[in-house]
Design a protein around this ligand. Structure first.
Ligand SMILES: Nc1ncnc2c1ncn2[C@@H]1O[C@H](COP(=O)(O)OP(=O)(O)OP(=O)(O)O)[C@@H](O)[C@H]1O
Length: 357
């Protein structure tokens, strides 16, 4: 039996995680992290009050103590600022990945350890495996739900304190368990997108913090096609929303680059030969969490909903590698997290620092 603090988000996954730990006989306390409150009047709703009510109801049903932990200031400092500054600088931040290292297994874990807990549990679909070399993370058994990508920046000391009760389950099985335990969240819809933004649209959130910064839209030859309201409102590979019709029938215009210096959004054809759209090489830095150096051949996953692809991997310095992809990858973005795998085993992750054709 261990003392476990389970992160109760008010969603079905963490509810079932808590119920399973109770059934396994652990000493369990549930806690909701209050990360962000929409007190600045950004359009849209933030469902945190409802989420706390739901988390409390789950704690009651499972018979565990429930706490609300106010981490609004830490979240603002560690996640919201990173998000805003990232977009301001013209790269693509990953708040959901950082949230796990900095919040759930950062300040929340620190709180748990101070309070005498042995572990922090979450409803992530991932597995922890202990070996004589240390603990590491495996992909969750459900290939549709596997969330190990989001855990790829975690350090070994954090992984050693993490419990993922849902790792061996499929999502439909989790729903069945939620009904079986009579959890009030059994039929609650899955949450979408960024952990804290909730119902607030990312574009409204960014517009609130970053003023519009109009600039030109150009093609890969530098010819002006139109204007945009800010590079931060676009993502690499984006097809819609830039307002420029493709002159070639059946071949879309997509975002293939951001020229931050000149504040220009670059569009090109959705075509393998378009400069900037596909990358064969990339530098990934800020890798601090692997138990061992990455191997010379590694599988690299550049986004949550992407396949891991084979790449050669050469160290440039401690924590920084150059990748050479066997097959060029579409729409990579500086700032995005690249997770490294050996089959189902997560080896770590880092940030794309530069991307080359
Ligand atoms: N505000 C929060 N307070 C406490 N724990 C949280 C909070 N947000 C997320 N977590 C924990 O992190 C896990 C993964 O978070 P994510 O936002 O990806 O949720 P999810 O996959 O929608 O799961 P859930 O159905 O539990 O909300 C959750 O299962 C939960 O254990």
């Amino acid at each position: 039996m261990a003392r476990i603090l389970v992160g109760l988000s008010g969603g079905v996954d963490s509810s079932v995680a808590a119920a399973l730990l109770v059934e396994q006989g652990h000493d369990v306390v549930g806690a909701y992290m209050k990360n962000w409150v929409n007190d600045e009047g950004i359009p849209g709703e933030c469902p945190w009050e409802q989420d706390i009510q739901d988390a409390l109801a789950v704690a009651k049903t499972t018979g565990i103590e429930f706490r609300v932990i106010d981490l609004v200031d830490e979240y603002r400092a560690r996640i919201v600022n990173y998000l805003i500054e990232g977009y301001r600088a013209g790269y693509t931040p990953n708040p959901d990945v950082l949230c796990n290292r900095e919040m759930k297994f950062g300040v929340f874990l620190d709180y748990a350890l101070e309070q005498g807990f042995d572990y922090v549990a979450t409803g992530h679909y991932a597995r922890r495996m202990d070996t004589p070399q240390g603990a590491f993370i495996l992909r969750g058994r459900d290939p549709n739900k596997d969330q190990s990508y989001f855990l790829s920046l975690m350090r070994p000391d954090q992984i050693a304190r993490a419990v993922f009760p849902l790792g061996d389950l499929l999502k439909p099985e989790v729903r069945v368990l939620a009904e079986k335990y009579g959890l009030p969240t059994a039929r609650k819809k899955d949450s979408q997108g960024i952990c804290f933004i909730g119902q607030v649209k990312m574009s409204d959130f960014l517009r609130h913090y970053l003023p519009d910064k109009p600039g030109n839209i150009v093609d890969t030859e530098g010819r002006t096609l139109g204007t945009h309201n800010g590079l931060h409102l676009f993502t690499m590979g984006q097809r819609k929303g830039h307002g420029v019709a493709s002159p070639r029938e059946g071949v879309a215009y997509v975002v293939v680059g951001k020229d931050v210096r000149r504040n220009r959004l670059i569009l090109g054809y959705e075509d393998a030969s378009t400069r900037g759209l596909y990358a064969s090489r990339a530098v990934v830095g800020g890798i601090s969490n692997t138990l061992a150096p990455l191997p010379a051949r590694v599988m690299a996953q550049p986004r949550y909903r992407a396949k891991a692809e084979w790449a050669s991997c050469e160290y440039l310095e401690e924590g920084k590698v150059r990748l050479g992809f066997d097959t060029p990858l579409r729409a990579l973005a500086v700032g995005q997290v690249c997770a490294f795998y050996d089959g189902g085993k997560l080896l770590g992750g880092g940030f794309f620092e530069s991307i080359e054709p």
